[in-house]
Design a protein around this ligand. Structure first.
Ligand SMILES: Nc1ncnc2c1ncn2[C@@H]1O[C@H](COP(=O)(O)OP(=O)(O)OP(=O)(O)O)[C@@H](O)[C@H]1O
Ligand SMILES: [Mg+2]
Length: 477
């Protein structure tokens, strides 16, 4: 077996307070499919960024096999919103991206009246284009583009979307695009940070297939047990600052971990009983020492104390923590939301319109809980924006019940102001004493340390929790 990544004794803190990772070690063997799991904020994304070389550990070292190429998909990938889907997908080959960009420039020049009006200039530009096309082909550009287009199609993108600017893509689609970039570049090691987040069923199936067929090594962070069962043969569990490697898929990991937790619980109980017994005997010895007169008794009591101090403590097994949720709205009556004949059409780049909603209708009664499902890019978020009044329908009208107030929990955390501090964000919504705000945030599992962070520093899961917390402060029905 060949080791390709070795993380040794890595520690990391942000802002110097508590350690995110403390003396954490792990290794990645060539060709493995590894699932990385652990609670929100455990440090999974941080580990990925360090392995990918985007961030440095405070101490410890990270060794990568010489020449190892790494492809990294971040938890919230960001792209230049003005570029087209195909351009971004092609970008993973630096060489081809350069030629491609130059081709775009040359093509733009050909449309310039100053150029096309002047035969000599035009000839020169055409010649340049010709050369670039030859260069593109020689660099394997056509085969590469075929692979890119094939992967995009496999992920459910349609031909006519290839030239759309990225800005219009849904959250799931951005993830798929990031994946496409990596899969066609075929790096030795893929680091995928929650690639399945926001994917519909079709996208998930395709993702499973691609990971299983991938010729290199894959490490994938996911909170989806099913996906990990299908793709992973090893699990790295990140928690309490360290990483532990388990062999087997997620179910095997969960089983073994249960066994391990149970035996830890047992060991903890046994140790606690022993500690109680020793403490009782220490106190007894002190009481027999006649108020400290009997030196022999005092010495024995000290020995007992030493024995207690020397015992290597078994950690208390952690039960899972849960959040307390309550949405406090006033009692509404009958219809909460209704629309009929609702249309939303976006104007396309080249005059082709994109019909997202065509004659849609829906009626939601008060107190109903409705799940909205559909493939990526079907228009679920668009519908929400219409309901919230952020965008206007092309035709039709949305009726919101008179006693209906709305809160919105967004897919991509756009409702969060990334520059503000967590606790301030809460106190802005509702006046609270500082202590009150901290204890409110505590219910959402934010420690005081997290509560003082700027929002941009939060992990993906922490941002989601904060949005929930804000939701709870907004009266809604
Ligand atoms: N730049 C930063 N400044 C301050 N704190 C940070 C920064 N980046 C991450 N953190 C903190 O480090 C901890 C670990 O974050 P990380 O994103 O690695 O968690 P994660 O395991 O990926 O969680 P999730 O499952 O929610 O994505 C979190 O408490 C987070 O708030
Ligand atoms: Mg993360």
């Amino acid at each position: 077996m060949t080791m390709i990544v070795n993380v040794t004794g890595v520690s990391k803190t942000y802002g110097g307070l508590h350690h995110i990772l403390e003396n954490c070690s792990l290794e990645v063997q060539k060709g493995k499919r590894i699932g990385m799991v652990g609670p929100n904020g455990a440090g999974k994304s941080t580990l990925f960024r360090m392995i990918a070389g985007r961030e440095e550990p405070d101490s410890g070292s990270i060794w990568r096999h010489p020449g190892l190429s790494i492809g990294y998909l971040s938890q919230e990938p960001e792209f230049d919103p003005a570029k087209s889907l195909l351009d971004i997908a092609m970008e993973s080959s630096k060489e081809l991206a350069r030629i491609n960009e130059e081709l775009h420039r040359v093509e733009a020049r050909m449309a310039d009246p100053e150029v096309y009006g002047d035969p000599a200039k035009l000839e020169r530009v055409l010649h340049r284009q010709e050369l670039l096309l030859v260069e593109f082909e020689a660099a394997g550009g056509l085969a590469y583009r075929n692979r890119v287009e094939g992967t995009l199609r496999a992920f459910g993108f349609q031909e006519e979307q290839f030239h759309l600017p990225i800005g219009v893509l849904s959250g799931g689609q951005k993830k798929l695009l990031g994946l496409t970039q990596l899969l066609v570049a075929r790096p030795d090691l893929l680091l995928l940070d929650e690639p399945d987040n926001h994917l519909d069923i079709r996208g998930k199936r395709e993702l499973e297939r691609l990971i299983n067929d991938y010729p290199g090594t894959v490490v994938i962070i996911s909170h989806d047990r099913y996906l990990l069962d299908v793709v992973a043969t090893q699990i790295i569990e990140v928690s309490k600052g360290i990483a532990v490697l388990w062999h087997g898929n997620y179910s095997e990991f969960a089983f073994e971990k249960n066994v391990a937790d149970a035996s830890q619980a047992k060991a903890y109980d046994v140790q606690q009983r022993e500690l109680k017994r020793l403490e009782a005997s220490r106190l007894r010895l002190i009481s027999w020492s006649s108020g400290g007169q009997n030196e022999a008794m005092i010495q024995l009591a000290r020995n007992v104390q030493k024995r207690m101090d020397r015992m290597e403590r078994v950690d208390r097994p952690q039960g899972s923590r849960t959040m307390a949720l309550s949405l406090h709205g006033s009692r509404g009556s009958d219809k909460a939301l209704e629309f009929k004949g609702l249309w939303k059409v976006f104007e396309g780049e080249n005059g082709e319109d994109k019909e997202v909603l065509t004659d849609a209708e829906m009626l939601i009664w008060s107190r109903e809980v409705v799940g909205l499902v559909g493939p990526n890019g079907a228009g679920k978020s668009v519908l929400f924006k219409l309901i919230l009044g952020e965008i206007e329908p092309t035709a039709g009208e949305i009726k919101v019940g008179p006693s209906t107030t709305m809160v919105y929990y967004s897919q991509e955390h756009q409702t969060l102001n990334y520059d503000s501090i967590v606790v301030d964000e809460i106190r802005k919504l509702k006046p609270m004493y500082e202590g009150e705000a901290y204890s409110f945030l505590g219910r959402f599992m934010f420690g005081k340390n997290e509560a003082q962070k700027p929002i941009r520093a939060l992990s993906g899961g922490e941002k989601s929790r904060l949005q929930f917390a804000k939701l709870m402060l907004t009266p809604a029905n």
